[in-house]
Design a protein around this ligand. Structure first.
Ligand code: GTP
Ligand code: MG
Length: 232
């Protein structure tokens, strides 16, 4: 209750017009709907690939897929952080992760397989690739990040919409989700000993990725050569 009073006082002191503010928020929401459509387009593409791999091939590089839209508050915070005025035009121009998709795979090789498939699709333009597998972040973070654009067809015509795609293994995802929680628990100032332990955990996750791939390759050979051969 107290905070509502404070907010009212703040708004009166700063000549805020509640009606104008709510109109503006609605305008943001309406302008951002295009990102939902872009996610629908990319999710359909990934669903087709997932089902194709499931039914036709003997290995599916896609383990699971998650997608999300950044809320207007998060977009405004990021614009502010980057030093841009809080306008919808600036959001579309400077914030490339309003629509985000995360694809989790079993093996490192799956990451590049998915990348190659996405890159070959004629309607998708790859605008940026950040390979944190070849160049991990100092904290140990690994993932392949793509910024792509995808066409969305509206009644008024076609619009190219940016989507951020992150592709990583289950082990990388396990590490990143814990690291993310720790990062925010310590308000972005993680104690040194925990940073060291997180780096060690990232190395262990990488070892696991390598080991699992070796096992899988041996099983693949076993399947090709025949069940009567000894597994080397
Ligand atoms: P921002 O989106 O402003 O961070 O721009 P950027 O150029 O730093 O993008 P980058 O591709 O490095 O990171 C984009 C996203 O990747 C973040 O929003 C996170 O979801 C993820 N990410 C990047 N670095 C880390 C990290 O160190 N730990 C974790 N857990 N996630 C990360
Ligand atoms: Mg970042």
């Amino acid at each position: 209750m107290e905070s509502v009073k404070q907010l009212k006082t703040y708004m009166e002191d700063n000549h805020f017009d509640l009606h104008e503010l709510s109109n503006e928020l609605n305008e943001w929401k309406n302008s951002l709907i295009i990102y939902n459509f872009a996610l629908d387009e990319i999710n359909t593409k990934l669903k087709i690939l997932n089902e194709e791999f499931q039914f036709i091939h003997n290995h599916n590089p896609i383990e699971h897929i998650k997608s999300r839209i950044k809320d207007p508050r998060g977009i405004m915070q990021k614009l502010h952080r980057k030093g841009h005025a809080l306008t919808i035009e600036n959001a579309k121009k400077y914030i490339h992760d309003i629509a985000g998709v995360r694809i989790t795979c079993s093996f490192i090789s799956d990451i590049y397989e998915i990348y190659n498939i996405i890159e070959k699709q004629d309607d998708i333009k790859v605008l940026q690739v950040k390979d944190y597998l070849k160049n991990p972040k100092p904290n140990g973070y690994k993932s392949l990040h793509l910024i792509i654009s995808i066409p969305v067809f509206l009644s008024t015509g076609m619009q190219e919409v940016c989507v951020e795609i992150q592709i990583r293994t289950i082990a990388m995802d396990f590490w990143a989700s814990l690291e993310h929680k720790i990062y925010y628990k310590f308000d972005k100032d993680v104690p040194g000993h925990l940073l060291n332990e997180l780096k060690e955990a990232a190395d262990a996750a990488h070892e696991l990725d390598v080991k699992m791939k070796k096992i899988k390759d041996r099983v693949d050979i076993f399947q090709t050569v025949g069940k009567h051969q000894t597994l080397i």
